[in-house]
Design a protein around this ligand. Sequence first.
Ligand SMILES: Cc1cc2nc3c(=O)[nH]c(=O)nc-3n(C[C@H](O)[C@H](O)[C@H](O)COP(=O)(O)OP(=O)(O)OC[C@H]3O[C@@H](n4cnc5c(N)ncnc54)[C@H](O)[C@@H]3O)c2cc1C
Length: 417
Amino acid sequence: MQRYSAFRLALEALRGHGGWQPAWRDAAPKDRYKVVIVGAGGHGLATAYHLARDHGITDVAVLDKGPLGLGNVGRNTTIIRSNYFTAPNIRFYDHSLKLWENLERELNFNVMVSQRGSLNLAHSDGQRDLFARRANAMRLEGVAIEMLDKDAVKALCPLIDVDNGRYPVVGGFLQRRAGTVRHDAVAWGYARAASARGVDIVQHCEVTAIPREGARAMGVETTRGFIGADKVVLAVAGHSSRLAAMAGFRLPIETHVLQAFVTEAVKPLLDIVVTYGAGHFYVSQSDKGGLVFGGGTDGYNSYAQRGTLPMAEEVHAAGITLMPALSRLRTLRQWGGVMDMSMDGNPIISTTPVENLAVSTGWCYGGFKAIPAGGTCLAHLVATGAPHPLAAHFGLNRFETGAVIDERGVGPHPYLH
Ligand SMILES: Cc1cc2nc3c(=O)[nH]c(=O)nc-3n(C[C@H](O)[C@H](O)[C@H](O)COP(=O)(O)OP(=O)(O)OC[C@H]3O[C@@H](n4cnc5c(N)ncnc54)[C@H](O)[C@@H]3O)c2cc1C
C-alpha cells in the first residue's frame, strides 16, 4: 500500500500528481473464499479489515451490489458519540469512540475526525431529569459528560432560540469528545487498508441466493456467478431481512427510510452538533460549509433510497423552530437511506440459525458511529465463534429469551425506538 504523508503530497505536487496509485484493488471474484462478507458498507469493510489485522484471516471477499460506499455509510449525517444510557451500550459505543480517535493513524487515511462536541437539548424539567440520569450512567462508566443550564446552552450556541415560545430550552447535555467524521472517507479508508492486507473488494456483485446444504450455507449465488465460502457474513443494513430470507431464516428487522439534507455553503456559524429535544432534528456544519441535518424515519416500510416532500417540511419546520436563522438558507440536496430497524432499537451482532452464517444488523439510525467497534466485534465472532465481550448483549437470541435492550426506557414498543 502506498503510504500517505505530507512528504508524499509535496512530492506528487511537484510531479503533477502522476504517481498516485488506486487506493484499493477492484478485484474480480474467485471461486471460493474462507469468508465472504456481503455488503461493502462501513460494517462489512471494517469487519474484513479486523479479520485480516486481528486474526490473520485474509482469504476474504467483500461483495457489494453497487459501487463501494453508496449505502448508508455514505448517506448518513456523520455523527459519532457515546452518550448512551445502559452500561453495556455505553461500553460498546465508547470503545468505538476511542477507536475513532486513533483511526486516521491506524488506517493512514484522513477520515476527518472532528471532535467538536455534541449537545442534546432539554425542553422540560422531566427531560432534563432524564438527561441527568443518562449523564450519571455515563459517569459511572468513566465517560465524561456535562450538564448545561439554559445560559450555558446560549453561550455555547447562540443560534439556538432558547426562549422559543413553543418549546423553550431549559438546558442540555454536552459530550465534548463526540463529533463528526467524513462518512464516505470511512468506507474508502477501511477498503484501502483491508485491500492492502489481501482482502478482495468486489463491486457490482449482487448476492441473489444463499444456497444451503442442511444447516450450512455453501456460499453465495451472485450476478457474477457462484462463490463458495466456509463462512458467510451479512452486513447489508436495510437489506438484512431480504438476505436472511435467502438463507432461510427470519430476522426481527423492518426496513425504513431515513432522510438527510444539506444547505448551501456558508461561513462557519455552527461549531458543534446540536440535537433538538422537542422534535426530530439534528444538525452540524460540514467542512465545506453546508449545514447537514436530518430527522426521524418516514414511518412506513420502504426500500426507496430517496427523499420525500412531507419529511422535508417536517424536518425544516423543526429546524427553524430551534434555530430561526436557518430560514435564510437554501437547502440544496435531500436523500434517503434504507435502514435496518430492529424491534428493540439495538444492533444484532450474532450467529444465526444457519451454522456458518453471522449477521451484523439492527443499526437503526446509529450504526455509523459503531463502525470501528462493530467491525472489531463481528470479526471476533467470525474468527473465534464466540461473541466479543463488548457485544455479547447484541445476540439474536435476546428476542427469544425476552432479554431485549431497553436503551430508551420506552419498553417493548418498536414504534417508540
Ligand atoms: C440519513 C441517515 C442519517 C444517519 N445518520 C447517522 C449518524 O449521524 N450517526 C450514526 O451513527 N449513524 C447514522 N445513520 C445510520 C448509519 O449510516 C447506518 O446504521 C450504517 O451506515 C449501516 O451500516 P453500513 O455502513 O454497513 O451499511 P451500508 O453502507 O448501507 O452497507 C450495506 C451494503 O450492502 C449492500 N447490499 C445490500 N444488498 C446486497 C446484496 N444483495 N448483494 C450485495 N450487496 C448488497 C448495499 O449496496 C450497501 O453498500 C444514518 C443513516 C441514514 C440513512
